[in-house]
Design a protein around this ligand. Sequence first.
Ligand SMILES: CC(C)(COP(=O)(O)OP(=O)(O)OC[C@H]1O[C@@H](n2cnc3c(N)ncnc32)[C@H](O[C@H]2O[C@H](COP(=O)(O)OP(=O)(O)OP(=O)(O)O)[C@@H](O)[C@H]2O)[C@@H]1O)[C@@H](O)C(=O)NCCC(=O)NCCS
Ligand SMILES: Nc1ncnc2[nH]cnc12
Length: 286
Amino acid sequence: MKQLSQTHAEVQAERLATLARDCLIDEARLSPKPGLVDSRGNGAHHDLSLALMERSAHSLTPTFLQLAQQSWQRPANIALRETVGRLGREGEQQMMKATEGVNTHRGAIWALGLLVSAAAMLGESASAQQIADTAARLARLPDSAAPKVFSKGLKATHRYQVPGAREEAQQAFPHVMTLALPQLLRSRANGACESEARLDALMAVMTSLSDTCVLSRAGMTGLNAMQNGARAVLTAGGCAQQAGREALARLDAQMLALNASPGGAADLLAATLFLDRVSQPASCSI
Ligand SMILES: CC(C)(COP(=O)(O)OP(=O)(O)OC[C@H]1O[C@@H](n2cnc3c(N)ncnc32)[C@H](O[C@H]2O[C@H](COP(=O)(O)OP(=O)(O)OP(=O)(O)O)[C@@H](O)[C@H]2O)[C@@H]1O)[C@@H](O)C(=O)NCCC(=O)NCCS
Ligand SMILES: Nc1ncnc2[nH]cnc12
């Protein structure tokens, strides 16, 4: 019996890891995304490409697998937080090795890593909200082994007095749970095709996120342009409408002109796709 349940845990861990990797790849390929790497090209980036993003996503499968294995049916406590922190940092090293030093997915390792752990902690039949709440409990616990780094994200949150990636997770992913996931479902229900619904979900995040990547590269001007431009896309009916697609093209041009790339919003789209699929049978994924 013990043998059977261990095998079952292993199968579930593999499913979660594969799902997380696939969500990163689907996010990277989704087009046209403003300022971001997509199937058309490198967006506002000189050191990123779609091939690099995909290589990075594949390099992270073992990290997601270990996170799921180590978190399986465990409670949120400091011992688990420290294990998850160590695995996350090792994942960042794997990513850097695969990309020869380019930061492709640091924010995504954080968000998806916590969500993979949370899904494994809860076992199979959890809702998206339960998974996000469990991930938040883990993110709020201290990790004594975490190095003190004054990162770009921290600098931006201090300078502009806004929340960043840490707070997003600690508050149970409000941009995913109250904006992106409802928008994804609404756009699908209104007849948008899957890629249009995903772009609408990305726009929903961008209407409100204080994306520290955008702030670092383009300041408050860039952030305001991102939020207003995304709002214009949704007000025009979203990406299933001609007017919405035109507003999206204007936003893309503006992000490129400002050298702005909403990498944090892209990570949260991947997190949205993960929560959408993990709380449903596998047959619902595209
Ligand atoms: C908590 C950490 C995420 C660290 O956060 P912090 O803010 O201190 O550090 P950063 O290194 O700046 O990483 C934050 C990344 O999170 C994404 N992000 C930005 N804003 C938000 C937001 N409001 N909400 C959610 N997520 C957000 C974003 O990641 C994406 O952008 C990356 C590319 O960034 P960019 O700055 O453009 O890249 P660079 O090459 O550095 O600069 P350029 O030359 O291009 O200008 C890309 O990685 C995307 O993923 C932010 O970058 C976390 O890392 C941490 O503490 N980890 C410790 C380990 C741990 O405990 N793990 C547990 C779970 S596994
Ligand atoms: N598609 C993308 N382009 C640039 N940065 C990103 N970070 C996460 N996804 C990204």
